[in-house]
Design a protein around this ligand. Structure first.
Ligand code: UD1
Length: 436
């Protein structure tokens, strides 16, 4: 099992190119099931979650061709979902258990074929992650849904889903995506209210419209989808990953230095940019050759200030950057308070940060971080995707050597994190085997 070994103390200087967004690519891959024509998706990050999603499509009978970019950190997938009817239309447990987002194939399969069997995603380390909101919306569209031996078995009696006017009782990214995917081919006009407004949903809607769907209201809390009979092929470039970009911004904030991120969308990152500026970093935006760039500067001698955040659905502070900013807060002067409102068990990184010397207290869904704390390297264990990134960030300022174990979590969502950090002067290395 691989681990990362980091020697702390270097400030960072240079440029980092941000990969395509994993969480935007996953529903876009599921969208390929809505048509028998070719869907070509570029800027897919070379991470294991994307590989898993493509395998789910292949297990369903979809043809997938992959072509890697020059740097090996991104690739393009050409997907063609023809002749699926001859297969058993089943997303198997072995694949689904490793990644919840595979549930996103349910909406498209039901919409196009009128039946599907998808394994229930297993529990997840960051809290209970039910799919009731997905299933409720699909049931209201006319699907008969049963849970049989760990599988969601769904059928549409008349063959075609019916449009709905539906208000989600809670804002959910996944449930919004699954229902949106299903509504594109439903009979009539659907109005989905209280939807998630995350940029990844806008990206999905953009691809769907390129495929011939009629989705309106992107970026707002209400989506209107005029159902169509058939969708066709399309080519689409995935948006840059705001969480990866945010993680690099946190790296520069904690280690100090001068880093330019290439291919970013600053508007997707406002809540973090605002926080880092209030903590004392200088951030500037400019136009680059293929999109916007963000430059972050902090003299290592310049103090970081303690500040508070509350995670909430977009455009508020993202739960997927909560762990990373906790590492930065350990180095800020004063008391910072984090309130996590999305997932109930998303502070596991706190204990590992404490082992490195962080001074913090968890009280239910609130974390109180006192800084600055002197961090000292040791062996720490990654517990989930974003928690792994946090430990790497802490390692950048910890004295001596920090070893982050179980980085298969990190590899689910970051393409070449250590290579990108090496490129800006961090002392970080991937070491294979030998760990627990
Ligand atoms: C997505 C992101 C994940 C991010 C999360 C919140 C992907 C692949 N994953 O996850 O990285 O952390 O959004 O921004 O894009 N809920 C229910 N019932 C449901 C669905 C969700 O109660 O049927 C609850 C969850 O327990 C949670 C909240 O709603 O408390 C938000 O979850 P949701 O937005 O659905 O997260 P995901 O789509 O799983």
């Amino acid at each position: 099992m691989d681990r990362l070994v980091i020697i702390g103390g270097n400030s960072l200087k240079g440029r980092i190119r941000v990969s395509g967004a994993k969480n935007a690519a996953l529903p876009c891959i599921a969208a390929a099931l809505l048509t028998s024509e070719l869907v070509n998706l570029s800027h897919l990050p070379a991470v294991s979650d994307i590989r898993t999603m493509l395998k789910v499509l292949e297990a369903l009978g979809c043809a997938v061709e992959r072509a890697a970019d020059e740097d090996g950190l991104q690739y393009t997938a050409a997907m063609r979902a023809v002749d699926l009817e001859t297969g058993e239309m089943k997303a198997p447990y072995d694949l689904v258990k490793t990644m919840r987002a595979s549930i996103l194939v349910l909406g498209p399969l039901l919409a196009r074929f009128g039946h599907a069997t998808v394994s229930l995603p297993g529990g997840c380390a960051i809290g209970a992650r039910p799919i009731n909101l997905h299933l409720e919306a699909l049931a209201r569209m006319g699907a008969h849904i049963e849970i049989v031996q760990g599988y969601v078995e769904a059928k549409v009696p008349g063959g075609r889903l019916q449009a709905i006017d539906h208000t989600f009782e809670k804002v959910s990214v996944g449930a919004t995506e699954n229902t949106l995917l299903a509504a594109t081919l439903a009979n009539g006009t659907s109005v989905l209210r209280n939807v998630a407004m995350e940029p990844e949903i806008g990206d999905l809607a953009e691809l769907l419209n390129k495929m011939g769907a009629r989705v309106e209201g992107m970026g707002t809390a209400t989506l209107t989808i005029h159902g169509v009979e058939i969708l066709h092929g399309a080519a689409h470039a995935t948006i840059p990953d705001r969480i990866e970009a945010g993680t690099h911004l946190c790296a520069a904030a904690i280690a100090g230095g001068d880093v330019v991120l290439e291919r970013v969308r600053p508007d997707d990152l406002r809540a973090l940019l605002d926080l880092l500026e209030r903590m004392g970093c200088l951030i500037t935006e400019r136009d680059g050759a293929d999109g916007k760039q963000l430059r972050i500067q902090r003299e290592p001698s310049q103090k970081l200030r303690a500040r508070d955040i509350t995670t909430a659905p977009f455009p508020a502070f993202p739960t997927d950057l909560q762990a990373q900013v906790m590492a930065v807060m350990t180095q800020a002067h004063g008391i910072s308070v984090i309130k996590e409102t999305i997932f109930e068990n998303r502070f596991q990184h706190a204990m590992e940060l404490e082992r490195l010397g962080a001074n913090l207290r968890i009280d239910g869904s609130t974390a109180i971080v006192a800084g600055p704390a002197k961090l000292t390297g040791c062996t720490v264990m990654a517990t989930d995707l974003r928690a792994s990134a946090t430990l790497v960030l802490a390692g950048l300022v910890a004295e001596g050597e920090t070893t982050v174990d179980r980085i298969y979590h990190l590899d689910r969502g970051y393409a070449g994190l250590e290579k990108k950090l090496q490129g800006v002067g961090a002392r970080i290395e991937r070491v294979g085997g030998g760990s627990v």
